[in-house]
Design a protein around this ligand. Structure first.
Ligand code: GLN
Length: 488
């Protein structure tokens, strides 16, 4: 599939209709889904209807937005009115939201064409999309491997070109890590830049919705369309949204110093040698583009993972209390009494990973352990934040690998939650600090699997991150390589 800009010009020059573009995406979905399994629900009728509306606008001589007529995938934890939203869980198997999330509302107003709801780890808990209650999504680069997670369906759909762009959500790395494993661009915005209204809550102080694209430009266009204040989300920031594209420049030389800091602690133990080599090479290329490179120490970085695995499950245990068989979704048949109904509904409706998190969270928040775990974790969270604040006094952007490894085999880590948790070692601290970060392709390993690097910015510096990513992408073009899929 072409880029947003190319499709936009095809539409306004009347070379193609939005219906034809939607049909192309739906045909790819039909051909590839048996192999990739990115989508939980395919919304062909709705897509064609939305495309017809765009065509009608063009025929009437009206102006259309960049995203008008662009096929897009939406992670299945964002509420879509009238369209089943499962969050990858049995407990929401038949949940049809009566309202629209702010992000999808904005996209539909811009004329975007939703082709389907994408697969995900149950309640966004996971790093491989294998904890989905429905299906296992394959990595388009090697279908025996995972796409990463939890937004693995969105990442795989974009990599397989089943849609042009997609939305994911990122609580500890769920956009960036699958973007890295699938060889696409993925961005987690500053906490509060994108409204969470209508996003099924996992850990509310960490959750952020963000874009996936095959290029930095596509990613930036999608971010621009969903970002901005929303009175329906109390944590939404009231700040103007810049035009991200207008800042794009091919290098940094004309603008004086751009200081990039390599996070020392992310290199070493547990990092695959090919990943380290690719990111090191990328740093050299950024230097050639005019960046000044320093090594930065973030000593608290390594406490990110244990801190996250107290805070995220604690918030999840509170957020998931609403799935009791009464208010939403699934309920067991013929319970003996009310308590029996709660217990059995939850026992059947939730998968193993979700239950594990609810138990950890409930334990960490319980009266006797609150101070030792939850309160302590919040203090460490502050220290991690301060590490970043110090770092950003010295540099403008931080760089590190996105994930310690390339895509692993399906089933390889499902019995070992700790090794699965390690996938997010480098992404989690960013969520704890509420900062923006982008993952973009920076090479391939010897098996042809994509490698991603992560650029981290200070609060609301999405513009700078996108610009650095754009300049790097222009100089390297890793995104020109495509997976060879069975029927494509
Ligand atoms: N893998 C992490 C977890 O399981 C992060 C998930 C996410 O960002 N939603 O919690």
């Amino acid at each position: 599939m072409a880029s947003i800009r190319e499709l936009h010009y095809q539409l306004i020059n009347k070379e193609r209709t939005a219906v034809e573009i939607a049909e192309e995406a739906l045909a790819r979905i039909q051909a590839l889904e048996p192999h990739v399994k990115s989508f939980l629900t395919i919304t062909a009728d709705q897509a064609l209807q939305q495309a017809q509306q765009v065509d009608a606008k063009i025929a009437a001589g009206e102006e259309i937005e960049m995203l008008a007529g662009i096929p897009i995938g939406i992670k299945d934890n964002m509420c879509t009115r009238g369209i089943r939203t499962t969050c990858g869980s049995r407990i929401l198997e038949n949940f049809v939201p009566p309202y629209e999330s702010t992000v999808t509302q904005r996209l539909f107003e811009a004329g975007a064409v939703m082709v389907g709801k994408t697969n995900m780890d149950e309640f966004a808990m996971g790093s491989s999309t294998e904890s989905s209650a429905y299906q296992v999504t394959a990595n388009p680069w090697d279908v025996s491997r995972v796409p990463g997670g939890s937004s693995g369906g969105s990442a795989a759909a974009v990599a397989a070109e089943e849609c042009v762009v997609a939305l994911g959500s990122d609580t500890g790395g769920s956009i960036r890590q699958p973007a890295s494993l699938c060889g696409v661009v993925g961005m987690k915005p500053t906490y509060g830049l994108v409204s969470r209204y209508g996003l099924v809550a996992y850990a509310s102080s960490l959750d952020q919705i963000g874009p996936f694209g095959r290029s930095v430009e596509d990613t930036a266009i999608l971010l621009g369309a969903i970002a901005g204040h929303d009175p329906k989300d109390a944590t939404s920031l009231s700040v103007p949204v810049p035009d991200y594209l207008s800042a794009f420049k091919p290098d940094f030389k004309p603008r004086g110093k751009l200081r990039i800091g390599i996070i020392k602690e992310t290199f070493g133990d547990g990092l695959e040698a090919t990943v380290e080599a690719a990111v090191t090479k990328a740093v050299e290329q950024l230097q050639e583009l005019g960046a000044e490179i320093q090594v930065i120490s973030c000593p608290q970085f390594r406490y990110g993972l244990p801190t996250y695995y107290i805070i995220a499950p604690s918030e999840a245990s509170a957020n998931l209390a609403r799935y009791d068989g009464v208010k939403f979704g699934y309920r067991i048949e013929e319970p003996d009494n009310l308590l029996d109904m709660y217990a059995k509904t939850r026992a059947e409706g939730f998968g193993a990973e979700v239950k594990r998190r609810i138990m950890i969270g409930t334990y960490a928040l319980s009266a006797g352990y609150y101070d030792a775990y939850y309160l302590k974790a919040q203090k460490v969270r502050t220290l991690i934040k301060q590490d970043f604040e110090k770092a950003f006094q010295q540099v403008d952007v931080l760089i590190c690998p996105t994930a310690p490894t390339t895509a692993f085999k399906a089933g390889e880590k499902t019995d070992d939650p700790l090794s699965m948790y390690l996938s997010d070692l480098m992404t989690i601290p960013v969520n704890l600090a509420g900062l923006p970060a982008i993952s973009l392709p920076c090479g391939f390993d010897e098996q042809g699997l994509p490698i991603g690097m992560q650029l981290i910015g200070n609060v609301l510096r999405e513009d700078l991150l996108l610009n650095v990513a754009y300049a790097y992408e222009q100089a390297t073009s890793w995104n020109k390589r495509k997976p060879s899929l069975p029927t494509a």
